[in-house]
Design a protein around this ligand. Structure first.
Ligand SMILES: [Zn+2]
Length: 166
């Protein structure tokens, strides 16, 4: 009986949150209903923030602009404008130019977006953009509460009905 080994590998047992079956191992599938049981004791993977995506976009767009522009210049200077030049050379060069122009505007938009995120970040006031639990509670919401006058009136009416029926 290698009970000791499995105890060693999976020290934490859990209940299935769907069907409630006990003695389950995390990071496996439920033996009764088959849903995946994540290991809740592990820290959650930190997802990418919008800022990360914008930063990646800026890098990729800059690279694309440089590469496409260089290639189209090389194509035109080395192969273009001779009597034997195939029209496809001009088409390809034009395509590369168009791609680099497109990515110039993507780059510009990403830079604007990054500036927007930087301006928005005021510590202590805005929600924590990294997705980690901040040390501040969000503001209380009262818009889904019934005003006390309504509940008071309803209570009074119910009381009257009860008195009348008895
Ligand atoms: Zn289950």
């Amino acid at each position: 009986m290698n009970f000791g080994i499995s105890e060693c590998v999976y020290p934490i047992k859990m209940y299935c949150p769907k069907c409630g079956r006990a003695d389950q191992e995390p990071e496996t599938f439920c033996r009764q209903c088959g849903i995946f049981l994540p290991d809740l004791s592990k820290p959650l993977k930190k997802g990418q923030t919008p800022e990360d995506h914008v930063r990646a976009n800026i890098v990729l767009s800059s690279l694309t602009v440089v590469v496409c522009l260089t290639l189209s210049i090389l194509l035109y200077t080395m192969l273009g404008f001779t009597p034997q030049t195939h029209p496809l050379i001009y088409v390809t060069g034009g395509m590369l130019l168009a791609i680099s122009c497109w990515h110039v505007q993507t780059l510009w938009r990403s830079i604007l977006l990054r500036r927007h995120f930087r301006n928005k970040k005021t510590p202590g006031v805005e929600a924590n953009p990294s997705g980690e639990p901040g040390n501040q509670l969000s503001a209380a919401r009262f818009d889904d509460l019934a005003p006390p006058s309504v509940t008071d009136r309803t209570t009074k009416q119910l009381e009257e009905v009860r008195l009348r029926s008895s």
